[in-house]
Each structure stands twice: as structure tokens, then as C-alpha cells.
Design a protein around this ligand. Structure first.
Ligand code: NAD
Ligand SMILES: O=C(O)C1=N[C@H](C(=O)O)CCC1
Length: 266
């Protein structure tokens, strides 16, 4: 079987380190290069924590794609870099698998159009953890029966974007099955701005940022005399890696952009 040639962008980050290890330890994947902000021309094997993992380092993504011609880019960087990398990957015929969050609906529309023009697969997934995908699916099921819902997402305090991509995705899935409604008392007033959170299609989203956390979310539904809470916790970033592996394998056979792992996990 031919190996899938993979480039990882953001290899020294918390997620990037896990992804490099995943690619290195998967027989049918080959780590052909990494994109970093520093160490251009160096080799990953010489960086702390990567002993024995050989891969050239590029700071210029276009030069990387021209020289190593990878099949797939795994992007785990920042919202700004992730959007740029995804677009460049598609321009160069490289299939992006993007875990980076902070993409807007306009970004997704533009990138979907580009993927379709190029006839290339792309996967952008705000959460690669199978438990988080199930949480979102269960929340969508529950929303048919409970129309009042609030989302509390909790992440580590180094996270750049709020609300989390997962919270927005959850709200999108819920709003597909419930009519738009204004929740809470019609005359409610915030005496401290932001007390009721952000809203997506009338669904309040509350973002907690604390050291010690990784990635957690509660979707709370309220009904007459009852409440239903659906909660998922990622206690380690290894929780995301089976989803990354599945995405790299799947993106090779796609010809459009898929947003969310719920579309590829049966
Ligand atoms: N989809 C998921 O399941 C999932 C899970 C966890 C995190 N995330 C997302 O993944 C992203 C990374 O998270 P993290 O916790 O690893 O962050 P991090 O800050 O630990 O790592 C980001 C890395 O990207 C690098 N980087 C920034 N700009 C770059 C550029 N232009 N070129 C190359 N590298 C660049 C930084 O140097 C850093 O090493 C975030 O957007 C986060 O929200 C997604
Ligand atoms: O660590 C992060 O940052 C995470 N972000 C994702 C999001 O924004 O939904 C979820 C997983 C962890």
C-alpha cells in the first residue's frame, strides 16, 4: 500500500506534538515535512522532544509544497495561520485536515468553493474526539424534545478563540432541528454586560477559561420539571488523535470540503 505523505503545521504546539507522533507511528502515513514559524532548513529530529523523528522544517508553506509535494496537510496552528494554510494547500493540490478553530461561516463558504473548484477533499473539524461528536449528535437528538438549551464550554486558558469551535458547531446542529426562539424572560436585562453569554440563533453560549482544563462542554436542556445535561471531557490531547487519523485516511477519497467529523463517523 502506498503511504500517505503528510505535512504537519504547528509541530511544536500541544496538538501538533501529538499529531507528529501519530503520523510517525502510523505505518501507512509518512511525515514528509513540518511547517513551523522558526528553524527553517533544520530537521525536526534535532528539536527537543522529537529525537528520531526525521522531517525537514519549512517556515514557507509554499516552498514546502513545491519541494515535498505532500498528499495531506494537518493544520494545528492559530485561526489566522490555519485559514491561510488551508487556502494555500488547496491551491497547491494538497488536501487539508484542519483542527485549528476560529473559522467563520464566510471562511467555510469560501474554502468550500475553492475545494470544489479544485475537486479536492478537505476536512475542517472543530473537534476530533469521538466522544465530543457523540455529545453533539445526542444534543441534536435531544433538541427535538427540549427546545430550551444553553451551552457551557470550558477550556484551558491558552485558548485564543471564544466561543470554542465545538460550541458553535453544537449550536448549529441544534438550530437545524429547533425553531429559532428567544430564551429566558422576555424582559430580562443584564446588569453586568455578558452575563447571559454569547448567542447563536438564540442559544446562549458561555465560555470558561481556566488553567488545568483541556477541553470540556456541557449542553444543558431544561423542560417542565426536568433537565437533561450532556457532557463531554477531553482529559488528554490523545483523545483527538483517532479522529485525526480517520480524517487523513478519509480526505484522500473526498472531492469537497467536509465541516465536522459527524459527517464521516457513521
Ligand atoms: N479540532 C480539535 O479536536 C482540536 C483539539 C485541540 C485544539 N484544537 C485547535 O488546534 C489549534 C492548536 O491548538 P494547540 O493547543 O496545539 O495550540 P498551541 O498554541 O499549543 O500550538 C499552536 C502552534 O502553532 C504554531 N504556529 C502559529 N502560527 C504558525 C505558522 N504561521 N506556521 C507554523 N506554525 C505556526 C505555534 O508556534 C504553536 O507551536 C487551536 O486552534 C485549537 O483551538 C482543535
Ligand atoms: O484546545 C483547544 O483550543 C480546543 N479547541 C476546540 C474547539 O475550539 O472547539 C475543541 C478541542 C480543544
Amino acid at each position: 500500500m502506498q503511504k500517505i505523505k503528510v505535512v504537519v503545521a504547528g509541530p511544536r504546539g500541544r496538538m501538533g506534538r501529538e499529531a507528529v507522533s501519530l503520523v510517525h507511528h502510523t505505518d501507512h502515513f509518512e511525515l514528509v515535512a513540518v511547517i513551523d514559524r522558526i528553524n527553517d532548513g533544520g530537521n525536526l529530529a534535532n528539536i527537543d522532544g522529537f529525537a528520531g523523528i526525521e522531517a525537514p522544517i519549512f517556515t514557507d508553506i509554499e516552498r514546502c509544497f513545491q519541494e515535498v509535494k505532500p498528499d495531506v496537510l494537518i493544520d494545528l496552528t492559530t485561526p489566522e495561520a490555519g485559514k491561510k494554510h488551508t487556502e494555500i494547500a488547496l491551491q497547491y493540490g494538497v488536501r487539508p485536515v484542519v483542527g485549528t478553530t476560529g473559522f467563520t461561516e464566510e471562511d467555510l463558504e469560501r474554502l468550500t468553493k475553492l475545494a470544489e473548484e479544485k475537486g479536492l477533499g478537505a476536512i475542517i473539524a472543530p473537534n476530533f474526539a469521538v466522544g465530543a461528536i457523540l455529545m453533539m449528535k445526542f444534543a441534536q437528538m435531544a433538541a427535538k424534545y427540549f427546545t430550551d438549551v444553553e451551552i457551557i464550554e470550558l477550556h484551558h486558558d491558552q485558548k485564543l478563540d471564544a466561543p470554542s469551535g465545538t460550541a458553535v458547531k453544537t449550536a448549529q446542529l441544534i438550530s437545524m432541528v429547533r425553531p429559532t426562539k428567544k430564551q429566558g424572560h422576555p424582559n430580562e436585562k443584564e446588569t453586568l454586560e455578558g452575563a447571559r453569554g454569547a448567542t447563536y440563533d438564540g442559544i446562549p453560549i458561555h465560555s470558561v477559561r481556566l488553567p488545568g482544563l483541556i477541553a470540556h462542554q456541557e449542553v444543558i436542556f431544561g423542560g417542565h420539571g426536568q433537565a437533561l445535561t450532556i457532557r463531554h471531557d477531553s482529559f488528554h490531547r490523545a483523545s483527538f488523535m483517532s479522529g485525526v487519523k480517520l480524517s487523513v485516511e478519509t480526505v484522500m477519497n473526498l472531492h469537497t470540503l467536509v465541516y465536522g467529523l459527524e459527517h464521516i463517523i457513521e
